[in-house]
Write a protein that binds this ligand. Structure first.
Ligand SMILES: [Zn+2]
Length: 439
C-alpha cells in the first residue's frame, strides 16, 4: 500500500511536467517557442470578424496559443504576469485569410507564367516561395489556401510542413498539390506535338479522375482544385473542359475522403457544371450571369472573385488605372462581382496572389470595396467568412474566446478606410508575436 502511495506521488510529480512538455512540443505547430506567455492587447478598437462595427475600448487577452478573453477593458480580468502590448490608435482584428494564393508563382511582370513553369528549377521556386510565405505573414495574412503549385509538384506539402515545424515563418496553409486539368486543355502550349511537355497541373479524364483525386489527397492535398474551363477552344477561346459527369466524379471521389473541391471557372457553363456537381468554391467567375449567381447562392457555393489578379494583369498589358479608360475585362469583372453581390452569393476573399506580389494580398479587399462592398463586409470576407468556407471556423477568423490567437493590429480603422490594411504593425500567430513594428 505504501508503495502504491509512493507511485501515485511520483506520477503526480511526473505527469504535469510531461504535459507541460507536450504543450511546448505542440507549440511547434504554430511556430511558437513561448507557448504559455500571456499578453493583453490594448488597441483603440477591436474588429471581431463578425460585427459590422468595431468595438471601441476593447482589450484582448492571449494565453499560450489561444484567445482567453476579449471585451471592454472594464469587464475583462487581466491575469497576473500578462505582458501588455499598447496599440494606440490601432485596430486589432483576426489574422486575415487568403483563400486563393500561389506561393510558388511570382508576379508575371517579372517572369511570365510560361517561363516560370518551363524554365525555373524546383529549388529556385521553393527558395522564392519561402520568402513569399514570410511576406504574406508579415502582411497580416495568417492563413492561406494555396490553390496549385503550377508545375512545382507537391512542394506545397513540404512548405506547409516547414511552416508547421517552425523551420520557416509563414501562414497556416491549406494546399492542393498539383491541381487537375482535362487532357490537352492547359499549358504550357506551343511545342511540337511529338513532345510531351510537363504541364502546369496534372492531366486526368474520365475514370482516371478517381485515381488522380485520391493520389493528390494521399500526397497531402487538403482540398482538390480543378480547372473547370480554360482556353481550350479552337481559336483559344475559353470553353468548359470537364463534362458534367466528370465533374460529379471528381466531387464524389473527393467528398468521400473528406476533401472539398475548388473549381477554376469563368464561363457560365463551366460554373453551372461545378455548382451542380457540388463544388464548394468557384474561382474567378468573371463571366457569371445573374442566373448563374442565383444558382450559386441556392447551392451555397462561395465565389473567390480574384479581383486583384485581373487588375494586375491588365496593368502588365499597359493599362494605367486612373489615366486610361477601364479595359473590357475590368468592366466585366465589376459587373459580374456586382451581380454576385446582388444575388447574395457568399464572397470568399481570395486574390490569386502570385500573379502579383506576395504581401500585397490586401489589394483584393481594396478592390472589393472599390467594386461595391462595404469595408466591414470585405473584412468579414477575409476573416470569419473565409474561415467558414475553408471549414476552419472553430480555429480562426474571429476575435473570440477559445480560438487560436491569430491577431493583427493595423494603424487606423479599416472599417472606415480599408487601405490601412497596408499598415500592419503587429502580427501574432497562435499566440506568438511574429512581427512587431514599434515605429
Ligand atoms: Zn489561381
Amino acid at each position: 500500500m505504501r508503495r502504491l502511495v509512493f507511485l501515485v506521488f511520483i506520477l503526480g510529480l511526473l505527469v504535469p511536467s510531461l504535459f507541460a512538455q507536450g504543450r511546448r512540443g505542440g507549440a511547434a505547430g504554430g511556430g511558437t517557442p513561448q507557448a504559455q506567455t500571456i499578453y493583453v492587447l490594448k488597441p483603440a478598437r477591436v474588429f471581431d470578424g463578425e460585427s459590422a462595427q468595431p468595438h471601441e475600448g476593447w482589450v484582448v487577452v492571449v494565453r499560450g496559443q489561444r484567445i482567453e478573453a476579449a471585451g471592454p477593458a472594464a469587464s475583462v480580468t487581466i491575469p497576473p504576469g500578462a505582458e501588455a502590448i499598447d496599440l494606440p490608435g490601432m485596430t486589432v482584428l483576426p489574422g486575415l485569410i487568403e483563400a486563393h494564393s500561389h506561393v510558388l508563382l511570382h508576379p508575371y511582370n517579372e517572369t511570365s507564367w510560361n517561363d516560370q513553369v518551363e524554365h525555373e528549377t524546383l529549388a529556385l521556386r521553393i527558395a522564392r516561395a519561402t520568402v513569399s510565405l514570410k511576406a504574406t505573414l508579415d502582411a497580416g495574412f495568417t492563413t492561406i489556401r494555396d490553390l496549385g503549385t503550377e508545375g512545382a509538384g507537391y512542394s506545397d506539402v513540404g512548405l506547409k510542413l516547414a511552416v508547421n515545424q517552425g523551420i520557416i515563418p509563414g501562414p497556416r496553409m491549406l494546399v492542393v498539390t498539383r491541381a487537375i486539368v482535362a487532357t490537352g486543355t492547359y499549358g504550357p502550349k506551343g511545342f511540337p506535338a511529338e513532345w510531351n511537355m510537363p504541364q502546369g497541373a496534372e492531366e486526368a479524364d474520365g475514370d482516371s479522375l478517381i485515381r488522380v483525386v485520391r493520389d493528390q489527397a494521399g500526397k497531402g492535398a487538403d482540398w482538390i482544385k480543378v480547372y473547370g474551363d480554360y482556353r481550350a477552344g479552337p481559336r483559344g477561346e475559353t470553353t468548359p473542359t470537364f463534362s458534367q459527369e466528370e465533374m460529379k466524379l471528381i466531387v464524389e471521389t473527393a467528398k468521400s475522403i473528406g476533401r472539398s473541391v475548388a473549381v477554376h471557372s469563368s464561363t457560365p457553363e463551366g460554373m453551372r457544371r461545378a455548382i451542380l456537381a457540388g463544388a464548394e468554391t468557384i474561382e474567378h467567375g468573371d463571366g457569371g450571369t445573374p442566373e448563374i449567381f442565383k444558382l450559386m447562392a441556392e447551392h451555397g457555393v462561395a465565389l473567390c472573385p480574384t479581383l486583384a489578379a485581373g487588375h494586375a494583369t491588365s496593368q502588365y498589358s499597359g493599362w494605367r488605372p486612373g489615366q486610361d479608360p477601364e479595359p473590357q475585362g475590368i468592366q466585366r469583372k465589376r459587373a459580374s462581382f456586382k451581380a454576385a453581390l446582388d444575388a447574395g452569393v457568399t464572397i470568399a476573399s481570395g486574390s490569386d496572389v502570385g500573379v502579383f506580389t506576395h504581401g500585397d494580398n490586401a489589394r483584393e479587399l481594396e478592390l472589393m470595396v472599390a467594386y461595391g462592398m462595404t469595408p466591414a463586409d470585405a473584412l468579414k470576407s477575409a476573416t470569419s467568412v473565409d474561415a467558414k468556407v475553408l471549414h476552419m471556423e472553430t480555429q480562426v477568423g474571429k476575435v473570440t474566446q477559445g480560438l487560436q490567437a491569430d491577431l493583427i493590429a493595423v494603424d487606423g480603422d479599416p472599417t472606415k478606410d480599408i487601405s490601412v490594411l497596408h499598415k500592419v504593425k503587429l502580427v501574432m500567430k497562435a499566440g506568438a508575436v511574429v512581427k512587431r513594428d514599434r515605429e
